[in-house]
Design a protein around this ligand. Structure first.
Ligand code: FES
Length: 166
C-alpha cells in the first residue's frame, strides 16, 4: 500500500513521464514526498524506489547527498541557521546560539512540543543578505537576534492557530 495520497501518486506518474530517463524525477519526487509526509519515511523510500525501478540503496544515496532531504521527523517549523563564512562574519553563530537557548534544542533536534526543530547548516545561497535563516521554505535575511525573535514568535503563534501578518 502506498504511503502517499492518490493526488501525489498521480503527480508522480506525471513527473516520471516528463523526463526521458525516469530516474530524473527522483529529486522532485523526494521533495514532494517530504512535503506531504514531513520526512522521508522508510515506506516512502521503498515506494519511490519501486516506482522508479531503482534499489532503495540508490534512493538513499541521493537522499544522503542533499541536506534538505530528511530521514528523521522534524518539528512543524524546521529552523535552519546558516553559520557558513558570510553569515558567520555577520553574526550567524549568535543567531544559532540564540536559537539553541530559546528553543531548548541543539543541532538536528526537535523540541518536545514538536513545534520547532533546529539545524545548523552550510550556505543556503543567501550570502549577500547574511546572516540568513531558513524556516521550512521561507528565507529570512539580514537578521538580528531581535528580528529573529519576532519571526519565531510569529511561527509559534501560527502553530497555536493564531493569525499573524507574516
Ligand atoms: S554563507 Fe550563509 S547564506 Fe551563504
Amino acid at each position: 500500500m502506498s504511503p502517499f495520497s492518490p493526488q501525489l501518486e498521480a503527480r508522480f506518474r506525471e513527473l516520471m513521464q516528463r523526463y526521458p530517463a525516469r530516474r530524473s524525477a527522483l529529486v522532485p519526487m523526494l521533495l514532494y514526498a517530504q512535503d506531504e509526509l514531513g520526512w522521508l519515511t522508510p515506506a516512502a523510500v521503498q515506494r519511490i524506489a519501486e516506482l522508479l525501478a531503482e534499489t532503495e540503496l540508490a534512493v538513499r544515496e541521493v537522499i544522503g547527498y542533499y541536506s534538505m532531504l530528511r530521514t528523521e521527523p522534524t518539528g512543524k517549523y524546521h529552523v535552519q541557521v546558516c553559520t557558513n563564512i558570510s553569515c558567520l562574519l555577520r553574526g550567524g553563530d549568535e543567531l544559532y546560539a540564540h536559537c539553541e537557548r530559546r528553543l531548548g534544542v541543539g543541532h538536528k533536534q526537535t523540541a518536545a512540543d514538536g513545534v520547532f526543530s533546529l539545524e545548523e547548516v552550510e550556505c543556503i545561497g543567501a550570502c549577500s543578505w547574511a546572516p540568513a535563516v531558513q524556516v521550512n521554505y521561507d528565507f529570512h535575511q539580514e537578521l538580528t537576534v531581535e528580528q529573529l525573535d519576532k519571526i519565531l514568535d510569529a511561527y509559534a503563534a501560527r502553530a497555536r492557530g493564531e493569525r499573524t501578518d507574516s
